[in-house]
Design a protein around this ligand. Structure first.
Ligand SMILES: Cc1cc2nc3c(=O)[nH]c(=O)nc-3n(C[C@H](O)[C@H](O)[C@H](O)COP(=O)(O)OP(=O)(O)OC[C@H]3O[C@@H](n4cnc5c(N)ncnc54)[C@H](O)[C@@H]3O)c2cc1C
Length: 461
């Protein structure tokens, strides 16, 4: 193992034999395999928690709380004395000096480097759309979406104009992949439950959920039969699906799609991802979606002792096609590399080729409805849904989370209730939905504030 360059490690704890960037599925799995090995390992992450992204849509639709699916990285790694954690954002790699640059100016020396910084949503050159159409990548994004959805119901109930009510209760989801499909089903389920049970002044017709996909069909990565099942199920849930439809603009309270401006109270971005900028850090040519090309052993060609795993790495499968950006790929790669580095440190051979074992591809559509694709055979409906639930519970980071999520799901299945319907005080529920007196009617006593802020404030809440 190459030694840590002491000259580039300005503090005694800023440097390690193995430095891992990213504590997501890939980085955490790699670190856990190295736990107890005696190798000095430092894991750096820009946030203090590991996040189970596949269930973020349930946080956004108030079915789960953030803490049900996020776990402090220090807690997970704390039992292994050789694993250290550093909260910090990596901004680049000084390759000749074998050191990482951090956003706060610190430098971290490394002997071997494992890059596992994941991916982010791709707004295809329109980053100004991001505040109007948050994506499901972080706890912050999920809470913002939850806030907009729940506040929309509160505001809409007091709007006498049915068109204004419907505009506010319109949710547009951009991207018809698994995340978009899951979100569309969950928003529709949440809305119908709220209108049916808790909001006296709203009607089922006020709710509109629109799933927009640029391609010819939703769930493009799944067989056509499963996509058709998902489409039929979503139609039963009153979700509108617009395929072959490109989003041209997103602004405060609207989305422009194929020349039509659609007013919307909540816009959610679920269209395509781009990898963390690892290729730029190393000065190499990025591959598809900005991913960093790696060899069969997950090593970055031409950079000895530097590895890349997870969403940010472009590895190919046995069929020569790029491995998908999925949690199961990231986790298997992390485990493979962690074990291999551990063996190598004990004088074993260098890491061998990684082989991905596909455990099936799945998406949930609604209560009791999911699709599962195992390649040779497929599954839809309630059995697929049970299997989806089992797999997701099993993949959670520890027993406590598995228990918490299982209990919440059992309660929700029995009662349809959602326990996390919280609106932050910062959202200011006293804010009006509109300033147009013709729409709002005469001001109510004690509602003087309700006249001042402009209408567009509601979209930003
Ligand atoms: C909404 C959603 C639903 C999904 N559903 C599924 C599913 O059902 N099944 C499935 O298999 N996959 C699913 N995925 C994909 C899956 O979550 C990813 O493939 C997986 O998270 C990739 O793991 P990773 O470790 O590469 O990256 P991540 O899990 O994203 O972790 C990357 C880590 O790196 C950190 N980081 C990033 N940049 C820096 C930096 N510069 N400095 C320091 N730290 C940094 C981040 O904070 C993060 O903790 C879903 C993804 C999303 C967003």
């Amino acid at each position: 193992m190459p030694p840590v360059p002491a000259a580039n490690a300005p503090g005694p704890d800023l440097g390690a034999d193995i430095v891992i960037v990213g504590g997501g599925f890939a980085g955490l799995a790699c670190a856990l395999e190295l736990g107890g090995s005696g190798i000095d390992v430092l894991l750096i992450d820009a946030r203090n928690h590991n996040l189970f992204q596949p269930l973020l849509y349930q946080v956004a639709t108030a079915a789960l709380s953030p803490a049900d699916i996020a776990e402090p990285i220090r807690r997970t790694l704390g039992r292994h004395r050789n694993l250290r954690v550093l909260l910090g954002r990596v901004t680049g790699v000084d390759v000749p000096a074998r050191a990482l640059r951090l956003a706060d100016g610190r430098r971290v020396g490394f002997g071997q480097l494992v890059l596992a910084a994941g991916s982010d949503y791709n707004y295809f050159g329109h980053d100004d759309w991001r505040p109007h159409a948050p994506g499901l990548k972080t706890v912050h994004g999920a809470r913002l979406i939850r806030q907009r959805l729940l506040l929309g119901f509160e505001k809409a109930e007091h709007l006498p104009d049915p068109d204004a009510r419907r505009d506010l209760l319109t949710t547009v989801i951009v991207g018809g992949g698994p995340t978009g499909v899951e979100m569309a089903g969950a928003v529709s389920e949440l809305g119908r439950f709220l209108i049916g049970r808790d909001f006296r002044g709203l009607f089922p017709d006020d709710l509109r959920v629109l799933l927009v996909e640029a391609g010819p069909r939703i769930l493009a990565g799944f067989p056509e039969r499963l996509a058709r099942y998902a489409e039929d199920t979503l139609h039963e849930e009153s979700v509108e699906i617009w395929t072959d439809s490109t989003v041209e603009a997103v602004g405060e309270g609207f989305v422009s799609i194929g020349g039509r401006q659609v007013p919307a109270g909540c816009v959610i971005w679920a269209a395509g991802v781009k990898a963390a900028p690892l290729a730029q850090w190393l000065g190499v040519e990025p591959g598809e979606a900005g991913r960093l090309p790696v060899g069969p052993d997950l090593a970055v060609p031409g950079h000895p002792g530097i590895w890349a795993i997870g969403d940010a790495a472009l590895a190919t499968g046995e069929d020569g096609k790029p491995l998908p950006a999925l949690a199961q790929v990231a986790r298997q790669q992390g485990r493979h590399l962690g074990r291999a580095l551990r063996r190598q440190a004990r004088g074993g051979p260098p890491p061998g080729p990684f082989r991905f074992r596909n455990r099936g591809n799945t998406a949930v559509i609604g209560r009791g409805a999911a699709v599962f694709d195992f390649g040779r055979w497929q599954m839809t409906g309630r059995i697929a849904w049970y299997l989806w639930a089992l797999v997701h519970v099993w993949l959670l980071v520890n027993f406590e989370k598995r228990l918490l999520v299982s209990l919440q799901w059992a309660m929700r299945y029995a009662t349809r209730q959602r326990s996390a319907r919280l609106i932050d005080e910062t959202a200011d529920p006293a804010m009006p939905a509109t300033t147009d007196p013709e729409e709002t009617g005469p001001p109510q006593a004690g509602a003087a504030r309700a006249q001042t802020p402009p209408r567009r404030r509601i979209w930003m809440a």
